[in-house]
Structures are given as structure tokens and as C-alpha cells.
Design a protein around this ligand. Structure first.
Ligand code: CMC
Length: 423
């Protein structure tokens, strides 16, 4: 906090507004008092709006910096595993070795789903999009734990966090198994988090599945790099839903719904669809021209970011991991990956992309890795959702542990003014 003030002049009125400084990042002007002057701020897309105070994640989009609880994402990706990042986001500190072992153990003990949850899966058509199944099944969790969702009880909130972290991979993998018609695979406690996910995705009851350690490490990186990202559209959705006092499972389901769109979490799936549509390196120029044409709605999927106007730090780590995975699987010469590499090169050199700072984002590379591992494109956003659940939960938890009010934006009304029905 500072004693800085901003002065706003509207007509002949001069309004003084407090200005606050965080530990880093831009100052914010507290506009809450404007309503007493009969004024609202107008900021569709929330481009200039800080909607809350938070201690979880910091992004400096111009410098390409992403910090979770102060730790750079590159260090977390290199030196921790996903469950330690979950612990960090939730509790504010990295776990000690003993805390880490206990946390891993706790999560392992929550991975199974209530057996009646199978019925939810069976209610869906076999061709249902796995995001549709995940939205429904996660929302339904509130029906199974309805007596343990007192949002004012810190211990119940913690157990809910454990349940969500543990059960999301099971739900995600079962969404996939259901669409292929293969039997659901139960979690295995002898495997780590990422290995267990691969086992539930690709294993069958007929033979033992042996996860490849390089692919499991790559999956763990994908989970870490998607774990949280400040007040993005889905996190803000979770906060808004949570501000009404809704239960955490319902709030996470709202986050999943918001993540689904192609401008947000759906981008990694859209990247692969785009690469397939381009089809051949000879068509790249046509698609680049379409991306630059303002009359054409086509955009290069996996490029650009609302906040990063520099290389997304997650994309740098993901790029390295993509090369490791492709080398391990002998896929360096895959034609679709050749198209991806060429697009990346063009976007980093072409004036249109350079001028607008449209760098490849995390989804560009994560889509390529997931495809190489053999995960169907329709599962990409599901994997994003399971990784982001801890971020959503931590923000919800931070909000409900402090002072908060129901989120209720106002509007600039431009419709008809009052008129009478004349019959
Ligand atoms: N291809 C071509 N042109 C683009 C692209 C793109 N992918 N992204 C932005 N532009 C242009 C846009 O047309 C505009 O040009 P001009 O200034 O001439 O009108 C300029 O760049 C600024 O774009 P914007 O729409 O104002 O930027 P935004 O901050 O509102 O949108 C975005 C950010 C991520 C939605 C957008 O870049 C986009 O649609 N990218 C493709 C989808 C994608 O990869 N999304 C994943 C984002 S990362 C994961 C996540 O956090 O969810």
C-alpha cells in the first residue's frame, strides 16, 4: 500500500482515488468509491482491471516471467514434481522432504472414484467430447461429498483439494477409456502421479503397462506448466462462481467449462486441428496469409497471448521437452511436426507476428508432445483441465479464506429505454 492518489476529472467533478502498490507489478487504482459518484468503470475483457488481490502467481508479460509463490516456473519444472507444485500453490511453501513424502502418500490414497461414479460415464454417448464428460462428472463429485463441502471449514477445504488433485487423472483417463470402449483402469499405487495417469490412459487389464520414464517426465512437466496462470478466464470464472458461496466441485466444473473454448484451453486441440488442416508444408504460405488477413477469421492457433508480449516462459521449457519426446519416439521427421517447426520459424521472423509480439505459446508445444505420446487431440484440453485444477482450487481457497463479496459487475446499457407495451 502507498499514499499515492489518482485524480479523475469527470465534467466539473474531481474525484480522488487511492492507489495501491503490490510487492511487484503495476500499481492499481482503487475505483470502488466511484459508485458513490454515480459512475462505473468500463473495461470489457478486463484488460485494465485487477479483480482481486492474490499471493499465488505473478506474471510479467513483457519480460516473459512466471512465478508461483515467488519461484520461477523454469526452476519448478526442473527441480520439483507436479505434486510438489500443487503443495506450493496450495500452502504457499515448497514441502520439506518429509512433507513431500506425506503429501504424495495422501494423494495416492484418494485416487479411486466412488464406484457409483461409473454410472455417470455410462450415461454419456460413446462419441461425447471428453470435456463434456469431465464437466459433468466433476460437477457430480459434489453429490458424493455433500456432507464435507463446508467452505468455511479449512480442514474440509484441504481434504477437497486432496480429492480433486487425486481424482482428476482418474476422471480424465476414464473419459478417454469410455470413448474408446476399453475397460476403465483403476489407479496403481506403485506408480508416481504421471506414470499412473499414463497407465490409466494406455493400460488394459490384459497385460501390465510399463510407463516410459521420459514420457512420464514429459507428462509431469505438462502438468507443472499448466498448474496455474494468475487471473485467466477460467480462474476468474472459478472465483466468480465461488464468490456466491457455491461448493468447490461446482466451482471447478465452471472452470472446466470456461477452459474449453479455443481462445483459452481449447487452443492445444485447435493447434493440432490446424496442423492437420494445413496438411502439407506447401500450404503454409496460404495459411500465413489467411492469419494476416483481417477479413479472414482464421488465426494461427498456439500463437499470441493476452499477457505475454515476449516468449512465454512455459513455452521455452515445453519446447525443450518436445525435442526430448520426439527424439525418444524417433519422430523428428514426422510431417506434421515439420509443419509445426516451419510455422514456428515463420512466426519468429515474419514482420506481422514480430510487430504484434505473437510468439508461440505453451499450447503450441504441449499439443505436439501430447500428439507424439499418442494422446488423442480431444483429450488435450482435458489434460489442461486436470493440471489447472490445483490452480483453480488454490485461488478459490485463497478467496474464501479471506474477505470477499459476491462478484457482480455492472454494464454500460445501450438498449431501449423504458417504453410501454401497446397491444
Ligand atoms: N494469429 C494471427 N493474428 C493474431 C493472433 C494469431 N494467433 N493472435 C493475435 N493476432 C493479432 C490480432 O489480429 C491483432 O491484430 P491487429 O492489432 O492488427 O488488429 C493483434 O494480433 C492483437 O490481438 P488481440 O486479439 O487483440 O489479442 P488478445 O490479447 O485479445 O488475444 C489470444 C490473445 C491468445 C486470444 C490471441 O492471440 C489468439 O486468439 N491466439 C490463438 C489462440 C491461442 O493460441 N490461445 C492460447 C492462449 S495461451 C493458453 C491460455 O492461457 O489459455
Amino acid at each position: 500500500m502507498t499514499d499515492k492518489k489518482a485524480t479523475l476529472s469527470v465534467g466539473d467533478k474531481s474525484i480522488e482515488l487511492p492507489v495501491y502498490s503490490g510487492t511487484t507489478g503495476p500499481d492499481v487504482i482503487d475505483v470502488r468509491g466511484l459508485v458513490q459518484h454515480g459512475l462505473f468503470t468500463y473495461d470489457p475483457g478486463f484488460v485494465s482491471t485487477a479483480a482481486c488481490e492474490s499471493k499465488i502467481t505473478y506474471i510479467d508479460g513483457d519480460k516473459g516471467v512466471l512465478l508461483h509463490r515467488g519461484y520461477p516456473i523454469e526452476q519448478l519444472a526442473e527441480q520439483t514434481d507436479y505434486l510438489e507444485v500443487c503443495y506450493l500453490l496450495l500452502h504457499g511453501e515448497l514441502p520439506t522432504a518429509a512433507e513431500s513424502a506425506r503429501f504424495h502418500d495422501t494423494i495416492k490414497n484418494h485416487t479411486m472414484l466412488h464406484d457409483q461414479m461409473r454410472n455417470f460415464f455410462n450415461g454419456f454417448r460413446r462419441d461425447a467430447h471428453p470435456m463434456a464428460i469431465m464437466c459433468g462428472v466433476v460437477g457430480a463429485l459434489s453429490a458424493f461429498y455433500h456432507d464435507q463441502i463446508d467452505i468455511n471449514d479449512a480442514r474440509q477445504r484441504e481434504i477437497t483439494a486432496h480429492r480433486l488433485i487425486a481424482k482428476m487423472p482418474t476422471i480424465a483417463a476414464w473419459c478417454h477409456k469410455y470413448s474408446t470402449g476399453q475397460p476403465f483402469m483403476y489407479p496403481r499405487n506403485d506408480l508416481n502421479y504421471a506414470e499412473n495417469f499414463l497407465h490409466m490412459m494406455f493400460g488394459t487389464p490384459c497385460e501390465e503397462y510399463k510407463p516410459n520414464p521420459i514420457l512420464a517426465k514429459a507428462m509431469d512437466r505438462i502438468f507443472i506448466l499448466h498448474a496455474d496462470h494468475e487471473q485467466n478466464a477460467s480462474t476468474s470464472t472459478v472465483r466468480l462462481a465461488g464468490s456466491t458461496g457455491a461448493n468447490p466441485f461446482a466451482c471447478i466444473a465452471s472452470g472446466i467449462a470456461a477452459l474449453w473454448g479455443p481462445a483459452h484451453g481449447g487452443a492445444n486441440e485447435a493447434v493440432l486441428d490446424m496442423l492437420e488442416e494445413i496438411g502439407d508444408e506447401s500450404n503454409i504460405d496460404t495459411f500465413i496469409a489467411k492469419a494476416k488477413d483481417k477479413e479472414d477469421p482464421f488465426r494461427l492457433m498456439g500463437f499470441g497471448h493476452r499477457v505475454y508480449k515476449n516468449f512465454d516462459p512455459r513455452a521455452k521449457v515445453m519446447r525443450e521437452t518436445a525435442h526430448e519426446v520426439l527424439a525418444e519416439l524417433g519422430l523428428e521427421n514426422d510431417p506434421m511436426l515439420k509443419i509445426a517447426q516451419r510455422l514456428e520459424q515463420i512466426a519468429l521472423e515474419d514482420e506481422y507476428f514480430v510487430k504484434r509480439k505473437l510468439y508461440p505459446n505453451v499450447d503450441f508445444y504441449s499439443g505436439i508432445i501430447l500428439k507424439a505420446i499418442g494422446i488423442p487431440t480431444s483429450m488435450f484440453t482435458v489434460i489442461f483441465a486436470m493440471s489447472r485444477t490445483i490452480g483453480w482450487f488454490s485461488h478459490w481457497n485463497e478467496m474464501v479464506s479471506g474477505d470477499y463479496r459476491i462478484g457482480r459487475p455492472r454494464q454500460l446499457y445501450n438498449g431501449e429505454i423504458s417504453r410501454d407495451v401497446a397491444k
